[in-house]
Design a protein around this ligand. Structure first.
Ligand SMILES: [Zn+2]
Ligand SMILES: [Zn+2]
Length: 308
């Protein structure tokens, strides 16, 4: 019968194999929040007098992020930023969870409804040649809109809920495919693309996906119970499965990969020529091409709307 390694209580709810620690509910929650705080401080992600935007989707990762940042930095000004993607049933469900969470934390919530603002939804891409790439399109759209929202909300920093599993599988994916410039983009803290834009930070890089879910359960954080109908991560899944196998052998394996990559990224950054950024002719955002990928993709569905 294990006892909590921190307080000695007999009601253990979780075992963290990489740290050889059994923990009770309270000690797990404290351990989780402390790790988020330490990660923020270690990478100097923000100061306590900053205004920090948190990209929240209604899923476990971003919800755990918003909640734990509130606990770790009680005085920090947080703004929850949410995008309603217009996916039938799913998007309404997500938005309702985000509203509950923001309310429970007494945090300002700003929602960007893409149907209202742009006149199309992510769903509309199902009728384009990008039908099979809808997840990557959705990613491009979200990245662009969050930059826009950060500008509008005047936040200096934008925090996202990328977890350890995401980080490590993307690291392996970019590494095996030699996508060096993408590898550089997954640093824990990224400077603004242009003056006035936000820093992007990832305070959950040391938190496992499973731990984010447990954190939400034990802190009674409202999260979505529906999955996205379009979700399909075949490319990344391959590395996720590989990582699970390797982690069975060595529970600390994901942390080892993360740490080695974090050492490697600055070296690669110095060796790889920096892409020259120009301004997108349509939206004015920094881009490596004349027209950024967001404007290229969205013009497909905008054209369709215009033809009605
Ligand atoms: Zn305990
Ligand atoms: Zn553009």
């Amino acid at each position: 019968m294990p006892y909590c390694k921190i307080c000695g209580s007999g009601t253990v709810v979780v075992y963290l194999p990489y740290a050889k620690m059994s923990l009770c509910q309270n000690c797990f929650l404290e351990f989780y929040v402390k790790r988020v705080k330490k990660t923020v401080e270690e990478y100097k992600m923000f100061r306590e007098d900053d205004v920090v935007g948190v990209a929240v989707s209604g899923g476990k990762d971003s919800s755990a992020l918003l909640h734990s940042l509130r606990k770790a930095f009680p005085k920090l000004e947080l703004k929850a930023l949410h995008i309603n993607l217009g996916i039938p049933e799913y998007s309404e469900h997500c938005e309702s969870k985000v509203k509950l969470l923001a309310k429970s934390l007494d945090t300002e919530l700003i929602t960007y409804d893409i149907r209202e603002r742009l006149g199309f939804t992510v769903e509309d891409f199902m009728e384009t040649r990008f039908r099979r790439k809808i997840c990557s399109i959705c990613g491009t759209i979200k990245r662009h809109i969050f930059e826009e929202m950060a500008l509008e909300a005047k936040v200096r920093v934008l925090a996202t809920g990328h977890n350890l599993d995401d980080m490590v599988s993307v690291m392996l994916n970019t590494f095996f495919n030699g996508h060096w410039s993408q590898l550089i983009r997954i640093k824990p803290i990224l400077p603004p693309l242009a003056d006035g834009m936000a820093y992007k930070v990832k305070p959950l890089i040391r938190s496992l996906e499973k731990e984010n879910l447990l954190y939400c359960m034990y802190s009674e954080v409202p999260i979505r119970s529906l999955g996205c109908p379009h979700s399909n991560q075949t490319g990344i899944r391959k590395y996720m499965q590989l990582l699970e196998k390797l982690s069975e052998e060595d529970p600390g394996f994901k942390y080892i990969i993360l740490n080695r990559f974090l050492e490697l990224i600055p070296i690669i950054e110095n060796a790889v020529p920096k892409p020259t950024l120009t301004q997108c002719k349509v939206c004015g955002f920094p881009s490596t091409n004349e027209i950024c990928s967001y404007c290229k993709r969205t013009s497909l569905v905008k054209q369709k709307e215009d033809n009605y």
